[in-house]
Ligand binder design. Structure first.
Ligand code: SF4
Length: 393
């Protein structure tokens, strides 16, 4: 195995594609060796100086959900006292707060709520476009879309066309977790299965919508199942780029949070070390996805900052009002300020850049002004991140 993994690292460093078996073998190597190759690839495939982030807001329009995933601390049944569904004006008020800090997109998702008609969704999209024309709307997980199809009796094409006509810009790839049905069935018996997750994301990509790929690990899955998940995403990315010229814009990965959920004490989750290992391996496996995010909502700012040397080139987003991961994370961290993200990126030796949801840089913020330091000090302190470590022989 040791002989094989050394060869696998050399292959990855040379930019060659790894098989699922080879990806699995990386989990048996010392993490610093994998991280060195991951960081080298990140420096080659993305702007080596820049770490980007997005100013956005999460909006969870309802917490009523009939799926009831074992790992979810966010959802409520209709009769629970803190169940809610937001009306259009409540959502508009949240968007105005985002506009006030220069935000450009909302990530809007909710539970699977059987009480809402299709007109709630299409009307909401129209309302947002009419009142907030500069805000991009990335909304509805594949789980919600699958429910819409079945509940409203529409084909997937009909449904997506209706949502796009109303103003939908993107369909985030939430709920990817581990796209191996054996793992999904144990974690959440009623959860969307892999086939439907890929079917819905494929249709969204065909129609030109923004999408990202995701991974949540720590359910007790095997290394091979993690490798299979990464290969499945890579295969879909090949197809989407080849057939539609519109693949996943980025990859977001975090470890399972189980506080306040039925999986607490039953699923292992992951340590910081395992998170960084899985991140580095993802960079080696996903040779067709340049943008890989660090996850501060699940891992905290300090681990997210370290992730910039384990293959990540992006700090995600400000996520004003993150509710879902934080509900299961046992902490109250719901958002990051622009200053906080600038600080951890700058401190790690990179140039912070504000991007749009397609990972295109739209502005380089005035770091000195945000951090209250002189411009000379900023330049003098930076430069660490530009060093590309050598891949092991
Ligand atoms: S993860 Fe989503 S689908 Fe599952 S229970 Fe929570 S809100 Fe519902």
């Amino acid at each position: 195995m040791a002989h094989m993994t050394a060869e696998v690292l050399q292959k990855a460093a040379a930019g060659e594609r790894l098989s699922a078996e080879e990806i699995e073998s990386l989990y048996h190597l010392p993490v610093p060796q994998v991280a060195a190759v991951a960081h080298g690839l990140r420096m080659q495939r993305c702007d080596p100086q820049v770490v980007s982030f997005l100013i956005d807001r999460n909006i969870n329009y309802t917490n009523i959900c009939r799926v009831g995933c074992n790992f979810c601390a966010f959802y409520r049944t209709r009769r629970q006292s803190d169940a809610y569904t937001l009306d259009y004006e409540e959502i508009s008020a949240k968007i105005r707060e985002l506009e006030a800090v220069g935000g450009t997109r909302i990530l809007m998702q909710g539970g699977v709520n059987p009480e809402l008609p299709l007109e709630y969704y299409t009307g909401l999209l129209r309302h947002i476009k009419a009142h907030h024309p500069t805000i991009r709307i990335d909304a509805f997980s594949p789980e919600e879309v699958l429910f819409f199809e079945q509940h409203f009796g529409l084909t997937l094409d009909e449904l997506l066309d209706a949502l796009i006509a109303a103003g939908l810009d993107g369909l985030p790839g939430a709920g990817g977790e581990i796209l191996v049905d054996e793992v999904r069935a144990k974690a959440a018996p009623a959860r969307i299965r892999s086939h439907d997750w890929f079917r819905i994301l494929d249709a969204a990509q065909r129609k030109g919508l923004y999408t990202i790929s995701t991974m949540v690990f720590g359910f007790g899955e095997t290394y091979r199942q993690r490798a299979d998940h990464l290969v499945s995403i890579r295969t879909q990315q090949d197809k989407a780029l080849r057939e539609y010229g519109n693949g996943f814009s980025g990859f977001a990965m975090w470890s399972l949070q189980t506080e306040n959920t039925r999986l607490h004490g039953k699923a292992p989750g992951a340590t910081a070390h395992e998170y960084l290992q899985n991140l580095a391996i993802s960079r080696l496996a996903l040779d067709n996805q340049p943008n890989i995010q660090a996850s501060w909502p699940a891992q905290g700012f300090k681990v997210a900052q370290a992730a910039l040397y384990y293959g990540a080139n992006d700090m995600g987003s400000t996520m004003l009002e993150e509710n879902v991961v934080s509900a299961a994370g046992g902490h109250d961290r719901h958002s990051a300020t622009v200053r906080e993200l600038i600080r951890i990126i700058d401190d790690a030796g990179f140039t912070p850049a504000i991007r749009n949801s397609r990972f295109q840089v739209i502005e380089y913020p005035d770091v000195a002004a945000f951090l209250g330091r002189s411009a000379e000090n900023i330049e003098g302190e930076r430069g660490v991140g530009a060093a590309v470590p050598q891949a092991p022989a």
